[in-house]
Design a protein around this ligand. Structure first.
Ligand SMILES: [Zn+2]
Length: 292
């Protein structure tokens, strides 16, 4: 456990460099003891089961953030109102992923089983702007949607920002499912830039203290680079969503779990097209998308 702010806020490092299905956690050791997200690895989870927190604060509904909620039967679970339904039920979890919109319900069910995710209660729904009082530690809820509708970052004193899955990876922002929104994602990254944190802690990249503004800018630019590839492809010839998916613009290449990643690729392309049509840069006739 690495103390971030005196001894009260600690970084809990996840195994395997916090690659899926793991994610780093924070632990607030205050009058109210709070664990932020619950997929930080078996060793840490076992420790917290022996020293249970009073409260679990989820950054969003994804399986690699809520994984072990259900094991902490004595803890309250808090999450943003817009993501709470997908934490509470498998049905809503699947609805948020949206496999069924593309005739892939079965794949969606397999995915849910494969992740090992289990639904849990959400006792309190939180909102952006709220300041959560855990004793000496006050945490401001920053609603930062786009990755998921209720995705939240948490701002601590000294401008330390836990940015969850605004995770600053070289892959770029992840918006490969139905409930993602690219415009919201862009706005949320800009919001993180405006906050101008002194330190940023992401769920999959951990503690970052240098070049934070540049890293956020590089991260949002990956969206624009992929968008440009989509537009350039459509300028060459009108395409259906399936044809565009074949280009693997979002993933670059797919090495494993081909059907699953292909589905995410398709939904990411769908989200790009949705934004480009809203911007008036793409039109759709029958099943074909045209660059204007
Ligand atoms: Zn996520």
């Amino acid at each position: 456990m690495i103390p971030l702010i005196s001894n009260r806020v600690k970084f809990i490092e996840a195994p395997d460099r916090a690659r899926f299905p793991y994610a780093h956690s924070l632990f607030i050791d205050d009058e109210i003891r709070v664990l932020i997200d619950t997929a930080c690895g078996a060793e840490s989870i076992d420790y917290f089961l022996d020293h249970p927190p009073d409260l679990i604060l989820n950054s969003h509904f994804h399986e690699d953030h809520i994984m072990n909620n259900h094991k902490f039967s004595s803890a309250q679970v808090w999450a943003h109102a817009l993501d709470a339904p997908a934490i509470r039920s498998e049905e809503d979890f699947s609805e948020f992923y949206g496999f069924h919109h593309f005739g892939q319900e079965k794949l969606g069910r397999l995915f849910y089983e494969w992740t090992g995710a289990k639904s849990s209660l959400v006792h309190q729904e939180i909102q952006g702007g709220q300041v959560l009082d855990f004793g000496k530690t006050k945490v401001q809820v920053i609603h930062a949607p786009g990755h998921t509708p209720g995705h939240c970052c948490f701002l601590f004193e000294d401008d330390i920002l836990f940015s969850a899955d605004i995770e600053l990876s070289s892959f770029g922002p992840w918006y490969g499912h139905w409930c993602s929104d690219i415009d919201d994602f862009i706005a949320s990254i800009k919001l993180c830039q405006e906050i101008n944190p002194s330190m940023i802690v992401t769920s999959h990249r951990g503690i970052i203290e240098d070049k934070i503004q540049k890293r956020l800018q590089d991260y949002v630019n990956i969206i624009y680079q992929k968008e440009e590839k989509v537009l350039n492809s459509l300028k060459q010839q009108p395409m259906t969503l399936s044809q565009l998916t074949e280009l693997l613009i979002y993933h670059g290449e797919i090495k494993e779990f081909f059907r699953l990643f292909k589905m995410w690729e398709k939904m990411a392309m769908y989200n790009h097209l949705k934004r480009l049509m809203k911007l008036g840069m793409v039109e759709k006739t029958d099943d074909y998308y045209y660059a204007k």
